[in-house]
Structures are given as C-alpha cells and as structure tokens.
Design a binder for this molecule. Structure first.
Ligand code: FEO
Ligand code: CA
Ligand code: CA
Ligand code: CA
Length: 732
C-alpha cells in the first residue's frame, strides 16, 4: 500500500502473542529432502499424474495430436508509478463496476461527491475477492459452463477510512472517539461494507452489469444472518437480538472468498475484531472471556474502528449500538456482550435465491478469515477447504467434511451447505524443518486440546469460537500472514501467499524466531526508511500425502520468494528479474479454464517506491522441483538466536517463461480479487482503494489518484473486465 510501511497496513491488525515453539526448534529429525521425495510423495505423484508434472494445456494449437505445453504469450508489463491501469499490448481493460455504481434502474448515477446516501442499492467500497457463477439457459440456477451471462459475487472489504463517501470525510470517526456520530454517516459506511451480487452480461461489446436483473442484491453490515454449525444456539452466541443465539446482523471486512462445488458463494470475515468496543468492561468479565478477547484482539477500548456504536437516540433497534460489546446489562440476553462471537466466520450465500438469508458456518472456525478454497470435489470423498488466518504469526487451517461429496447436490443451495459445512473436522498446519508437515486435529477428541492449560474449552462450540487458542495448544506453526490460497487443478497441490512480516514488536526475526517455512529476515530500504523482517513475503505450497486432500500429512516447499530483482541471493532466492519481481503477494488464484495458469496479486507497501501494486501470471511446477537452500539472514536484534542461517526448500527458479507481470494498477491501490468466465476469455479483476494515501478528501489537489474517472474526480475502487483484442484466452 503506497505511502505507508507494512507496519501500519490496516489489513494487518493484531498478531498472535502465544509462545508456541517454532518447529525448527522442537523437531530433531533431519531427514534428507531427497529421501523424503524418493521414498514417497514424488514417486506417487508421478504415478498418479504421469511423468508430465508440469502444467500442460488441453489445446493442440499445432495440430500434431498432442497437447502443447502451456506458455505465457503476452509481453511483460513494466513496473510503473503512473496513476493508470496498465495491461499488456493486445489486451483491453474496461471499468465495469465502481464504488457507488447503482445496481438497479431506480437508483441514480453516482455523483461521487459524498452526497449519495443509498448504498443499499449501490456498489460497496473496497472491492475484494469475487467469483463468477454462469447462469443456466432457464435463467434460474448455476451452469458452470456458461460464459455469456453470470452472477458475479463480490466482497467489499471496508468503507474507505478517508471518507470519500461523505462530503467532507467522516465525523467523530475512529477508535478512541466517544462523541455520537451522525446516523446518516453510519448508514452509509455500514451499507458500503459486505457483498454485491450482480448479474453481468456479455452483450454485444464487453461485459457489463445488467441493472434489470432480479438477482442483483447487496448484503451488508446490517443484513440478517443465520448462525449454523456447532456454535449455533450456544450460550456464547446469545445476544439481546437473538436470545437463543441463532442469528446476528451483518457481515464485515469481507476480504478474500471461496465457492462451493454445489454453486454457492463463500465470503470471509477478516479484520472484524477492531469494529467492536467493550467500554472497559473487564471487571464484568470472566478470566476465560478476557483470555479470549485478548487472543482475538478485541480491545477493552471505548470505541471501535468506525465508532458505529455511538449511534445516538434514534437507534431504537440497537442496529448500531450492537457494535458495543460491553457487558452492561443484567445478562447476555440484555446486551451485546457476545456479539463479537457472531463475527469471524465463513459466510455462505446462495446468489441464485435473492431472498435467502446468508449462513455463518461455525464448523469452519472463527479467526481472521482471509478466504476459503476448496480442493477438487471427488464423488464419494469428503470435501476439503483450505483457509488462512491473516495476521502476523497466525495459522493455516483445513476443514474436512463429514459428508462425502455427491454431485447430485449441485445447485442444492444452503441446504447442501447444511450437509457439508455444518459437520466436519478442523485441522491446523505444522510445517516441519525436514520439508514434511502435519495437519493436527482441533477438537476435544484431541487430548492436547482437551488438556490445554491456557484455556479450558467447555465444549466443541467453545473450540470453534476460540479456535486460535486450540491451535496454540497443539503448537501450530506461526506463519508470515497467510493471505490467499489456491489449489492447482493439474497437481492437486495447494499454494498460499504469506504476504510479509515486518514489525519490531512481533515480526518475523525480531520477536518471532525464523523457521524453515518462514525463513527470512533482512533489511530493505524504502526511501529514507528501512524495513526489517520478511519484507517482501513468499508463497508456500504443499502436496498432501497420497494426493488425498483429507490426508493428515503433507510435503511442502516455498514456491516463490518475493524480492526486488536487485536484491542479493539471500533475499532474491527465486531469481526474480525486472519482468517479474514483486513484493507482498496477497491474491492468488488458479484459472479453471486454463489449467495450470496461476494469477498472483500484490498488496504492497515496501516496493511501492518503485512500482504500484500488480498482478502476475505464473506457470508453476510442483513441490520438490527446486532444491534445499541455506538462507543467510541479517543479524536478528532481539530474539537471541545465534545462528541466523536457516535451511529451507525453494521451488524451481523463476524465469520470464514461468512468471511474468501482467498488470500494474493506479497509484496507492491494491490488486485483489479475480474471477473468470468459463471460456477463459474474460477475467474480472478488482482494483481496491486507489488514492488510499491521499492526505485529504475536500481538495482534489490532495488526491494521490483520480482513477478511474480521471480529471479532478475522487478515486474509487472498481472491478475491471479484461479481454484480449483477438478474442483469445487470457494470458496464454
Ligand atoms: Fe484483507 Fe488479508 O487481506
Ligand atoms: Ca526497497
Ligand atoms: Ca487480502
Ligand atoms: Ca494484504
């Protein structure tokens, strides 16, 4: 994020304060990497997929009756600091859906001067993860093969903190402010959060929003939500709004996303904790409650991020007072002391039922959910979803459904969700120093969880609500901020971006020791300042043993290390060049139409003196295609480690053939969120918060970006659709 250090990235709120040992410390076994690969996984993978482990396309362009190797076919885009969206020659990017755009014909065009008040019928702000669901010929349900018209489901992570949606910025805003806020401002900010469901049609030109569609809908920070799974109906979920603990209002901080094999959308609640305040109620809380609040970063503060709970006397239904999570009433059903337990979940939305109530799926655990990514669904086998908890030193999780998959459930809506997402096993990842890994069960049936002295779990509801504590109990591996994950449809391997870890108080290498899976600590100059830690981030990947997504062991390596191309070999470990160097990977997604093609997006604050955030196309190989490497790190000032050389496992070196910059965004934006039409000939990409570093909102001369409207306009987040001028598939 341009203009600020990674230390103050608002995406990066809180960190894991537990004292789990790093696995490089506690695992003594030093099996040879070669032996691991030879003994099992690599051979079984070769047997399963054939010898061609590298990605191959399904096309035969030269008509020799053999599939041709997949190749990137565009010219790399150069790094750029221009306030412009740049795509390769031969491609066109068109703005399709920007903050404030109406979703129906009744709502006026967006004036973009702070005077528009009806965000319930406009695009929300801060576009993020999204997914395209083709619409069948009858116009009633999902057809995964239809490219000409579909429902685009999209997250709106936050409402711009600078207050571009208000005439003069926000009033009495932010943590620490105890004044009552204007209700009109709260209305807009709450409604600018959440999710858009919009129908997009190809039409005669490029894709556009069908404002007449019956499916168009905004779900926001005030919408009714059902709670389902183990924590639904628990005493931990009781509020004055839902004394039986089965409903709540709103979804917020919807970052990345997921989708289900039955055709529903998954939106994910990431940095929700900071929205709440407790009005200094520790004296009314149990010791267990205080432990839980502390672990989740729900402060004892007087006000939250937006100060929404200071909503004044007009708030007769507690619609906004509920952001006050203080224990102020006689019991849990008289106040909102438990309301924060109703946030931090995966939320399932049936886009094809415009009156359906979204369901928060508590079986998938409560944390800072970045996204939720399915492994390939196999008939008769359990469904598997991978998830990351994006905060410094947090964990990577996996959910395995109890119910085996049946393709008869396609288009089964939320009832199918009840079948697959309400009952299953939650695991957390341990990455061992020898390149192996384990998925550790998080349940009272695991004696380590049941016997945890740091927090006495009452029942399985308590485990999913406070699953970070269960993961602490089993010694999960602290990661450098897990962002997006993606499962390679060619190899079945899962990739997850680890965006960075830079903080003097809790960052990697300063307060948190290095380990094999998070092996870097170095200094990086940006202007006159220096960042230290894992400044540029990396991308880890793993292959489940036996190629079974439900396996409890795996093998891993680091697919790519972010770096400046001019950094030394202990930093630029993957050998990045000017055509593909990047920092702070965040979004990542494997194409469905072009199997083996991976998209990588950045949300960076470290390399933004050289380039705005970007998107790259990649053709990765597979786990074990590189080698072990000893990383010689800079001296680490505070953790007391004598030896800063860490052995890890790097993937095959980058080249312009297998990694190439495809897009650079406008000033101070983040590139996050990608979807594609099933024919692979159009991709939708979200440009989040251009102009985020602007010092003010009243004077256009202070805007660091005017994208996408140009002139003196206020900057807006937006979805762009990208097509190839010759009508071909994107990227290859
Ligand atoms: Fe909202 Fe972790 O990015
Ligand atoms: Ca630098
Ligand atoms: Ca993100
Ligand atoms: Ca990020």
């Amino acid at each position: 994020m341009n203009g600020r250090s990674p230390d103050i990235d608002p995406d990066d709120i809180g960190h894991n304060p537990s004292e789990n040992p790093e696995f490089s410390e506690i695992l003594e076994a030093r099996l040879s990497r070669r032996g691991v690969l030879k003994g099992g996984l690599y051979l079984s993978a070769a047997a399963f997929f054939g010898t061609g482990l590298i990605a191959c396309s399904s096309s035969d362009d030269d008509d020799d009756n053999e599939d041709d190797p997949l190749q990137l076919t565009f010219a790399a885009v150069a790094k750029s600091l221009a306030d412009a969206l740049i795509v390769p020659t031969g491609y066109t990017a068109s703005v399709m859906y920007a903050t404030g755009d109406p979703i129906n014909f009744q709502t006026s065009a967006y004036a973009n001067n702070g005077t528009d008040n009806d965000f319930e019928f406009r695009s929300g702000d801060h576009h993020d993860g999204m997914y395209y669901f083709g619409i069948n010929a009858a116009g009633t349900a999902w057809d995964p093969n239809v490219s000409s018209k579909g429902l685009l489901c999209m997250n709106h992570e936050v409402c711009e903190d600078l207050g571009f949606v208000h005439p003069n910025g926000p009033t009495d805003y932010g943590s620490g402010n105890t004044n009552a806020r204007p209700t009109l401002e709260i209305d807009k900010e709450v409604a600018a959060h959440g999710v858009s469901v919009i129908e997009v049609n190809q039409g005669t030109g490029t894709y556009g929003v069908n404002k007449g569609s019956m499916f168009n809908r905004r779900i926001n920070g005030a919408s009714l939500m059902d709670l389902s799974g183990p924590a639904a109906g628990s005493a931990l979920m009781q509020t004055a709004f839902s004394p039986v603990g089965t409903q709540t209002r709103g979804t917020v901080n919807n970052c990345a996303n997921g989708y289900t094999p039955w055709g529903t959308y998954l939106t994910c609640e990431e940095n929700w904790a900071g929205y709440f305040n407790r009005r200094e109620d520790n004296a009314n809380r149990t010791a267990k409650e205080v432990t839980a609040f502390s672990r989740y970063g729900i402060g004892n503060a007087t006000s939250g991020r937006y100060n929404w709970s200071r909503s004044g006397a007009g708030d007769t239904t507690d619609l906004y007072r509920r952001w006050d999570a203080g224990a102020t009433g006689a019991s849990a059903t008289d106040d909102f002391r438990n309301v924060a337990n109703t946030f931090g979940w995966i939320v399932e939305i049936d886009a094809f039922s415009n009156t359906s109530v979204p369901r928060k799926r508590t079986a998938l655990g409560r944390f800072g959910h970045e996204g939720c990514w399915p492994a390939a669904a196999v008939e008769g086998q359990p469904l598997v979803f991978y998830m990351g908890d994006d905060s410094r030193n947090e964990y990577i999780y996996k959910y395995v459904s109890d119910s085996p998959w049946s393709a008869a459930d396609v288009n089964g809506g939320l009832a199918a969700g009840d079948k697959y997402l309400n009952s299953g096993k939650m695991y957390v990842a341990r990455f061992n120093a020898d390149g192996s890994g384990e998925w550790v069960l998080l349940s009272l049936s695991n004696p380590t969880v049941a016997g945890f002295t740091g927090y006495a779990f009452a029942d399985e509801a308590d485990v999913v609500v406070n699953i970070r504590l269960a993961a602490d109990a089993v010694g999960a591996t602290k990661m450098d901020r897990p962002e997006w994950g993606a499962v390679n449809p060619v190899t079945g391997e899962t990739y997850m971006t680890l965006t960075n870890s830079v903080s003097s108080s809790s960052g990697r290498g300063s307060a948190t020791p290095l380990d094999a899976a998070n092996p870097r600590y170095y200094a990086d100059a940006k202007g006159s300042s220096t960042n230290r830690g894992n400044v540029n981030g990396h991308i880890i990947r793993w292959r489940e043993n036996g190629d079974d997504p439900a396996a409890t062991t795996f093998t891993w390596d680091v697919y790519l290390f972010g770096a400046q191309s001019d950094a030394d070999a202990n930093v630029n470990i993957s050998g990045l060049s000017a055509d593909n160097d990047f920092s702070s990977p965040d979004g990542c997604w494997f194409s469905h139409a072009t199997k083996g093609l991976l998209w990588i997006q950045t949300d960076d604050g470290a390399y933004t003196d050289v380039s705005n955030c970007m998107m790259l196309a990649a053709l990765p190989g597979s786990v074990g295609d590189g080698s072990s490497v000893s990383v010689v790190n800079s001296a680490v000032p505070t953790n007391g480690n004598a030896d800063q050389t860490v052995t890890t496992y790097k993937g095959a070196a980058a080249s312009t053939d297998n990694l190439r910059r495809f897009l650079v965004g406008p000033t101070a934006c983040e590139i996050t969120g990608i979807a594609e039409t099933p024919d692979g000939k159009a991709i939708f990409v979200n440009i989040q918060h251009p102009g985020e570093s602007s010092p003010g909102v009243t004077d256009p001369n202070q805007y660091t970006s005017h994208w996408p409207d140009g002139g003196t306009a206020r900057p807006r987040s937006a979805t762009v659709v990208i097509t190839r001028d010759d009508g071909g598939k994107i990227g290859v």
